[in-house]
Design a binder for this molecule. Structure first.
Ligand code: ATP
Ligand code: BTN
Length: 333
């Protein structure tokens, strides 16, 4: 397996970030000495850091610090926490400091014929994407932004329900860290305490009737700073507020440990192997909900999902099944 830290404008700032990651106060002089540069050069670097919204504080007469510190992703630490099965399945691990969207980047690779078994993480996405052109807010080191590329043969119908199964895999990874109150919201969200903790975005390319490629994208909030989160237009939550202190590298590895075997086995196992687990975590089970498409809405009681992962709505005693796509599920007011 190969691993790499990709090039980015932040690459040059990594050494100073690594020093500040402990959250302690560092004087300009000490930073300069550790980095082998002048104080003026340190100051320039710190100024550049500002644009990453890390909340760098200047402590009068003493120096600089990043309140709360930073728990940076590191390929070696992720790899060290992988189980043998995941290590065998993983072809390449890429960590980008900054990228437009890990899904977009991996889709390009898949379209060029590479990308199978590649896991790409990004500390920050400048154009993180959600479903239907929506934005995924992904500030520097605020969460886990991960995309995995996988090639399948046998057509896209074998992937039915995959985004729900990915939700189950994420819930299992979070359970390893005793994260409480994790639930799944159809079709592609992980919720915690009635708020969105993570989202899943599957993107496909290739021949949808035969050999096709999927990019599985996951964005999971670990610790979002208030100013960056202001752009999120629905209730959200991060791990820091429910289970502080989870190591991001351990969590990243736990996600790969769950997701890579899932992708390998999915064409054979299908959603049927995950349905019971999904139902046990159903955020809206038995609750009144509203399903909204661009042109109309349905109101009913959420009655779980069928063997393909389609949503079942109970409307005045009649059950109707909805496949994913251009619909949004919300609790009915
Ligand atoms: P659905 O339409 O299926 O109900 P949704 O409203 O959650 O899903 P998605 O496209 O799945 O929409 O996800 C994108 C949305 O997620 C954004 O429009 C925003 O409301 C929200 N969002 C963006 N970034 C974050 C984040 N870091 N944490 C939580 N929620 C986010
Ligand atoms: C959603 O809830 O709509 C899905 C959000 C998916 C976000 C992840 S972050 C990693 C990957 N790269 C992206 O641009 N999007 C996904």
């Amino acid at each position: 397996m190969q691993s790499s830290n990709s090039n980015s404008p932040l690459e040059a700032l990594r050494p100073v970030l690594n020093l500040l990651a402990d959250g302690e106060v560092h004087s300009g002089e000490a930073l300069g000495a550790a980095l082998g540069v002048s104080r003026a050069a340190v100051w320039k670097q710190l100024q550049k850091l500002e644009r990453y919204g890390l909340g760098l504080e200047s402590v009068k007469g003493r120096g600089y610090r990043l309140p709360g510190g930073l728990n940076l992703l590191a390929p070696a630490a992720i790899e060290a926490a992988l189980q043998p099965e995941a290590r065998d399945l993983l072809q390449q691990l890429i960590l980008c400091d900054e990228v437009d969207s890990t899904n977009a980047q991996l889709l390009i690779r898949m379209e060029q014929g590479g990308g199978h078994g590649v896991a790409m993480f990004a500390e920050r996405q400048t154009a993180g994407r959600g479903r239907r052109g929506r934005t995924w807010v992904s500030p520097f080191s605020g969460g886990i932004n991960l995309s995995i590329g996988w090639q399948f043969s046998g057509g896209v119908q074998l992937l039915e329900g995959l985004s729900l199964a990915v939700g189950v895999a994420l819930a299992r990874a979070l359970a390893e860290f005793d994260v409480p109150d994790v639930r799944l919201k159809w079709p592609n969200d992980v919720w915690c305490r009635e708020r969105k903790l993570a989202g899943v975005l599957l993107e496909l390319s290739g021949d949808l009737t035969d050999r096709c490629a999927v990019v599985v994208g996951v964005g999971l909030n670990v610790g979002l700073r208030g100013d960056s989160a202001a752009a999120i237009d629905q209730p959200w939550i991060d791990l820091q507020s429910v289970r502080p202190g989870i190591d991001r590298n351990q969590l990243a590895a736990a996600m790969l440990n769950r997701l890579l075997p899932l992708l390998r086995d999915y064409p054979e196992r299908g959603f049927g192997a995950y349905r019971e687990a999904w139902l046990a975590l159903d955020q809206f089970a038995g609750r009144p909900v509203r399903l909204q498409s661009a042109s109309r809405a349905w109101v009913g009681t959420a009655a779980g999902v069928d063997m393909s992962g389609a949503l079942i709505l109970d409307m005045d005693g009649e059950q109707q099944v909805f496949h994913g796509g251009e619909v949004s599920l919300r609790e009915a007011p």
